[in-house]
Design a protein around this ligand. Structure first.
Ligand SMILES: NC(=O)c1ccc[n+]([C@@H]2O[C@H](COP(=O)([O-])OP(=O)(O)OC[C@H]3O[C@@H](n4cnc5c(N)ncnc54)[C@H](OP(=O)(O)O)[C@@H]3O)[C@@H](O)[C@H]2O)c1
Length: 341
């Protein structure tokens, strides 16, 4: 199947390319596309050199499966073009996620919403994917009335250049650390709203009039859409932490009925894509999740006086399950369909 990657040189794009190497339905090197800045970058696919071209100057004839990770502005321009040319488009940006005609898909939860004919399919926000994956089995087992989320998101969630900026900031802190202080300078590199090194920032995305930030609003509306619960009470506080790769989330679920701990663990264990830790010290951290496919769930527990509440600690590699892997899993499902449909 002829494939294309838009944003091929980015963190997500490079991971998608590596995942596509393992897929039998990808029988020739993908068409690699980027912006003008990265055009000419030579990448490898199954040992063959493939040169990235500027999307603005590239033809798209014959492409059947396009995976996008180039940001919302590029997606708004190119997704309709590829779809009109007859290709599936799986888009990692937020441009199409809330379009009522575009499914927002986590394959383990709502693969049934994938359309029959080529068009745009949206990949959810990275934090939303891992929270949805952990909460959906509880929804199926006990019903779900409320979901309250606090995220701790790594630097990689802001892209490859931002992650490199964290390394620069940490280097700048080293002389102060050797003298026993963390340096009070808050300016950092400018890649984050303030210095991220040795810090926590309760701000991701644009500020909204209601006092929240865009990342928090994405989790709220996307979770409702994926779970098919438009009225679900959801809150989110999203924070950026000085972690290289891997997002964590503390999640409080108010279920529709009592959810005893052992039943909650059994429901989570039965769900595909999850690795569930029962033992107190068995939880995963972003370091263990970095480079791994599962969504890790640990610290499963109740709340005193509230038999309907389940608390979770959820960790995943935001670049893999939070973006590239989820997109490629969607592509796997679409590629398995008869071509004539
Ligand atoms: N990082 C994550 O954890 C994560 C998770 C979920 C979703 N996403 C989404 O995935 C997308 C990419 O994220 P990333 O972390 O991979 O970012 P990144 O490392 O900054 O890479 C961005 C890629 O997009 C290309 N690009 C930018 N503007 C373009 C344009 N106008 N036309 C064509 N190509 C363009 C860049 O090429 P140039 O170098 O030429 O500009 C580069 O290849 C974003 O929409 C992001 O929100 C990321």
């Amino acid at each position: 199947m002829r494939t294309a990657l838009l944003g091929a040189t980015g963190l997500v794009g490079r991971t998608m390319l590596a995942l596509l190497e393992t897929r039998a339905w990808v029988d020739e090197p993908p068409l690699l596309l980027s912006g003008a800045r990265s055009a000419g970058t030579v990448m490898t696919f199954r040992g063959r050199a493939v040169t990235c071209t500027d999307a603005a100057a590239s033809g798209i004839a014959g492409v059947e499966m396009a995976l996008f990770s180039a940001g919302g502005a590029a997606s708004r321009v190119y997704a309709p073009r590829f779809a009109q040319a007859g290709s599936w488009v799986i888009d990692n940006s937020s441009a199409w996620r809330m379009d009522p005609d575009v499914p927002l898909v986590v394959p383990e939860i709502n693969a049934a919403t994938l359309p029959r004919r080529p068009g745009i399919v949206a990949n959810p926000n990275c934090s939303t994917i891992q929270v949805a994956a952990a909460v959906a089995p509880l929804q199926r087992a006990f019903g779900l009335k409320e979901c309250h989320v606090v995220t701790l998101q790594s630097a990689s969630g802001a892209g490859g250049r931002a992650r490199q900026a964290l390394a620069v900031e940490l280097q700048a802190c080293l002389p102060g650390l050797r003298e026993g202080h963390a340096s009070p300078d808050q300016t950092g590199t400018g890649a984050f709203p303030r210095r991220l090194a040795l810090n926590v920032l309760p701000e991701i995305g644009a500020a909204l009039p209601d006092g929240s930030f865009d990342e928090e609003a994405k989790v709220v509306r996307e979770l409702r859409k994926i779970l098919g619960l438009p009225q679900l009470a959801v809150t989110c506080t999203a924070t950026r932490v000085p972690v290289w790769t891997g997002h964590a989330a503390a999640v409080r679920c108010v279920c529709g009925r009592a959810a005893p701990r052992d039943e909650a663990i059994a429901a989570l264990r039965a769900a595909p894509g999850l690795v569930v830790a029962d033992a107190a010290h068995g939880y995963a951290t972003p370091l263990e999740a970095d480079g791994a496919d599962p969504v890790y769930v640990g610290r499963v527990r109740g709340e005193q006086g509230r038999p309907d509440v389940v608390l979770l600690w959820v960790v995943a590699d935001n670049v893999r399950k939070g973006a590239a892997l989820n997109a490629v899993q969607i592509a796997d499902l679409l590629a398995a369909r008869p071509r004539s449909v």
